[in-house]
Design a protein around this ligand. Sequence first.
Ligand SMILES: Cc1ncc(COP(=O)(O)O)c(C=O)c1O
Length: 400
Amino acid sequence: MDLLSDRLNRIKPSPTIAMTTRAAELRAQGRDIISLSAGEPDFDTPINIREAAKAAIDGGHTRYTAVDGTPSLKRAICYKFSRENGLDYAPSQVTVGTGGKQILFNALMATLNDGDEVIIPAPYWVSYPDMVLLAGGTPVIVECGLEQGFRLMPDALEAAITPQTKWLILNSPSNPSGAGYDRAAMKALTDVLMRHPQVWVLSDDIYEHLVFDGFEFVTPAQVEPALKDRTLTMNGVSKAYAMTGWRIGYGAAPEILIKAMAKLQSQSTSNPSSISQFAAEAALTGPQDYIRESRAVFQRRRDLVVAGLNACPGIDCPTPQGAFYVYPSIKALIGKTSAAGATITDDEAFANALLDETGVAVVFGAAFGLSPHFRISYATSDKQLVTAIDRIRRFCESCN
Ligand SMILES: Cc1ncc(COP(=O)(O)O)c(C=O)c1O
């Protein structure tokens, strides 16, 4: 009898975590490594949030809480949805988990039967297809290339929907492309969904606040209120408030889904950290200056990275609307040979040669379902970014 389950064998480890680990190993061996592979803000959690966590510890809030979130954090989340998204949810329609990751996982595990289809536009966040597979569903990948701004087009959505479709997963702004759907683009998609009442939409809004050049963030239930009773609006504090390690994510949806997700969580992790819940409440209800400040820094870095990469021969880097990633194409480098003799057969070969020859760690596009691209996370210092881009440029210049 095999030790490992068939369920486990359906999935692979997260390629972004694998690349970050490889970069850390090379650094431990003494190599000069710049890692542009991890997706987390390089800032400290704002002071008022840290203070709230300390007060929670000293106030004795160190015990189990309600399985899917304290009533007061749920109220704070309702307040956030109403203030920022014009969405009215009751606390009974809100669930809190250990990161946005657990919210997605709970939703898919609670709803998918074998063979149920989930539409995932590519490039996608690496975890979506594997979570669907783990839950017994079938990922239906729809490629959304650079020519369409990495956005799902309404006719492509229409063509991908079948009687087996249970969910569409949308992520705006996107990891890895940074592409966002403006109101008109989102409405065009919700119009399609209105014609298919069996399809639910899972909107991953984790990068909501990281939008640039005045881009207006919108979420499906806001654009099409009639879709709200089959939408899971997912969000979290990780990216918005530099709180990746605190592990708090949340979602809002009709009660039937929220109750099912809580049931699952009651038999797995129970409540997310009580202290982190207090911290998240402070994040959502306290001063919001950090959001504005970090957005300005990320926009400056985005401009620096986009300009730098477009000056590299063979790289074509579109300007993203949000998040802290760029997703350039290396189409023109495929088939070339690096200075050290590596043939750039695909984007994985490119990322490996770049790491070996220059010490710059990026994640190859195949991991996100769309090649030939690579992803850079610019959530690191300007100094590191300038050095990394200089190395990438010299690497590209040496390819022939
Ligand atoms: C698109 C997207 N969704 C969800 C998550 C999960 O974030 P967390 O579990 O830290 O809330 C991430 C993290 O990288 C992400 O990039």
